[in-house]
Design a protein around this ligand. Structure first.
Ligand code: HEC
Ligand code: HEC
Length: 229
């Protein structure tokens, strides 16, 4: 239901999110789609939802030590979560993604706090036990994600060449365990927090692509910022 003059690009943005290799293959070097983590193109609130995200940027990010816009944030997911190459701002892929994310944020007041935003950790002091995590993996995850984490026709890989790289947010035990506890198995989450932390520790020890930085993270600051009062 987007206005006619942006509708085609909103729809293309959705397709890039859900079939990323097909529609943005030159920027992707693994077997994931954006939707592997942002289910249904980020429209599902039972995932790392992108509903409303357009209203929460530009935002301060410690990685850049500056306030960055949603395009820079999206480039990070390409380089890390997709183990790929960041599309430039003036590419069709980036512009379609931006208009799509803005569209699924319509009606949400600028700088709202989104109740469905993913917390950064479970707030549970349990330390990951890798052996227990291996059992959780074999009993619960392997049937969809594969015995060797390689993925199956049902679910994407969790480690190995087809997975996200070691610079990705999902490579943090905290992020992985929140995601898994809330959303896995897909549509029927069933783990205790301790099991989610254990399986996160187990997956974290597995091999995956290395993040190779192609540019400095920090924003180059040359103008002194105004003093705070
Ligand atoms: C392996 C999982 C994974 C994949 C694949 C992935 N992302 Fe993400 N993405 C994340 C995580 C984790 C975050 C951080 C969530 C948070 O901090 O709340 C994130 C955050 C984002 C954000 C910022 C959200 C916010 O609320 O600040 C955007 C925008 C985004 N991703 C876009 C994309 C796009 C576009 C793609 C595909 C090109 C993609 N992501 C692929 C895991 C992934
Ligand atoms: C019923 C099948 C099923 C089971 C069981 C399952 N998952 Fe998933 N998982 C999925 C699907 C499907 C996706 C991708 C979602 C999409 O494409 O819509 C996914 C995505 C993921 C992702 C993000 C994408 C990626 O590949 O990095 C992680 C992390 C994950 N699952 C972890 C787990 C863990 C850990 C377990 C075991 C506790 C588990 N899953 C059990 C179906 C499953």
């Amino acid at each position: 239901d987007a206005p006619e003059n942006i509708r085609a690009e909103v729809m293309l943005g959705y397709k890039i999110m859900t079939e990323t290799k097909k529609y943005a293959g030159e920027y992707v070097k693994n077997d994931l789609s954006c939707s592997s983590c942002h289910f249904d193109g980020g429209r599902s609130r039972n995932s790392i939802s992108l509903v409303g995200v357009g209203a929460t940027y530009p935002r301060y990010r410690s990685r850049q030590d500056y306030t960055v816009d949603i395009a820079m944030r999206t480039q990070d997911c390409f380089e890390r979560s997709m183990n790929g190459v960041a599309p430039a701002l003036d590419t069709q892929v980036m512009q379609s993604l931006l208009v799509y994310m803005q569209w699924i944020s319509k009606g949400i007041p600028i700088y709202s706090k989104l109740p469905w935003a993913l917390p950064s950790d479970l707030g549970n002091p349990h330390k990951p036990n890798v052996e227990d995590g291996a059992k959780v993996y074999a009993n619960v995850c392997a049937r969809c994600h594969g015995e060797e984490g390689q993925g199956t026709p049902i679910a994407p890989p969790l480690w190995g060449d087809g997975s996200y790289n070691d610079g990705a947010g999902m490579n943090r035990i905290t992020t992985f365990s929140v995601f898994t506890w809330r959303f896995m198995p897909k549509n029927a989450p069933s783990l205790t927090q301790e099991q989610a932390i254990d399986v996160a520790g187990f997956v974290h020890e597995k091999p995956r692509p290395k993040f190779v930085s192609t540019h400095a993270d920090k924003i180059r600051q040359i103008i002194p910022l105004p003093e705070e009062k």
